[in-house]
Design a protein around this ligand. Structure first.
Ligand SMILES: Cc1ncc(COP(=O)(O)O)c(C=O)c1O
Length: 338
């Protein structure tokens, strides 16, 4: 029986055309800055995101944590949204590597400007200095939601008025761009550093980019080396990323349509949702999320539990409308069996 894997948009396999691009990539030693394909990817990424420079790194976690390391000092306070990936799913890296405290604010919809302003502690001997504000777009744990554009501008303006730098965890920022029709460079504009992933909805096997000013990326380059993220003939991977940026951005709309199709099908089958999907992530409500995940697995649908009552399903390059219809049927039966 066909297994339908909706656990993550990271489970995709490179397409034959992407594999050809990888096989044919011109390569060199990127630790010497001599890999022409990596250099090209970094130029294209910087141009797309509207920053001076970009650096290819092995993962979204490294992109975020290298940016965090470059923008903070040990003992600083970082303000983030509730459930932020940088805090919740990066293995304690912000504390372990950068020695920062992270305080989360607001729900997945982010804090209000007033909440953000109130969270900046006074500058005195008692408080950790707040030096960085970070947002996540789309918000993973929030179910792929997109903070309204105007709200993003307001929040970053408040952060700046208190002297904080701003980092965007844009792992899925291309999903936000396609869903809103607003180019990534506009979402990225107010931030000092911006990370995005090639290995999620864009369908590449490996890699993320971190973008910023030339000076900032210079610092992050050194931090990447310190983290062990310098790669050699990485052009083979960068070629997949270039292919993805050229061929897999507009098609993210199909993933969003499939997430809506999944949501509508599940609702019609009597399965509750946490909220309607805005992009490619759907949060399903269940009285017992772990039990639903197990029952779904037995029915050959893979999903993940995000909390005791929340199941997460993502659409991606490797699922079709027919797969989603099958998933609706199987998940509906699984939910009724609990
Ligand atoms: C919002 C967000 N940021 C960062 C990451 C980290 O990416 P990676 O798994 O490549 O380290 C993820 C991965 O799921 C994510 O969803």
């Amino acid at each position: 029986m066909r297994v339908i894997d909706l656990r993550s948009d990271t489970v995709t396999r490179p397409t034959p055309a992407m594999r050809r691009a990888m096989a044919e990539a011109e390569v060199g030693d990127d630790v010497y800055g001599e890999d022409p394909t990596v250099n090209r990817l970094q130029e294209v990424a910087a141009e797309r995101v509207g920053k001076d420079a970009a650096l290819f790194v092995p993962s979204g976690t490294m992109a975020n944590q290298a940016a965090l390391r470059s923008l903070t000092r040990h003992g600083d306070l970082v303000l983030a949204t509730e459930g932020a990936h940088v805090l919740r799913y990066e293995s304690g890296a912000a504390a372990a590597i950068s020695g920062v405290q992270v305080r989360t604010l607001g729900g997945a919809a982010g804090p209000t400007p007033e909440e953000l302003a109130a969270a900046v502690p006074p500058s005195d001997a008692h408080n950790a200095p707040a030096t960085l504000f970070t947002l996540e777009i789309t918000h993973n744990a929030g179910g792929g939601v997109i903070l309204p554009f105007e709200r993003v501008q307001e929040l970053v303006a408040v952060a700046r008025s208190y002297g904080l730098a701003a980092h965007l965890d844009g792992a899925r920022m291309f999903n936000a761009a396609v869903a809103t029709g607003r180019p990534v460079r506009e979402w990225a504009a107010p931030f000092d550093t911006v990370s995005f992933c090639l290995s999620k909805g864009l369908g590449a096997p490996v890699g993320s980019l971190v973008c910023g000013t030339r000076e900032q990326i210079g610092r992050i380059h050194r931090i990447r080396k310190m983290f062990g993220g310098g790669m050699r003939q990485a052009g083979i991977l960068a070629a997949a990323g270039l292919y993805a940026l050229e061929n897999h951005v507009e098609r993210l709309a199909e993933d969003h349509n499939l997430a809506r199709r999944l949501a509508q099908g599940l609702e019609a089958a009597g399965v509750g949702l946490v909220r309607p999907p805005e992009t490619n992530i759907l949060l399903i409500h269940s009285p017992d999320a772990a039990a639903l995940v197990r029952a779904a697995r037995e029915a050959h649908v893979l999903v993940g539990a995000l909390g005791p009552h929340t199941v997460r399903a993502l659409t991606h390059l490797d699922v079709s409308a027919a797969d989603i219809d099958l998933a609706v049927e199987r998940l509906g039966t699984a939910a009724r069996s609990l």
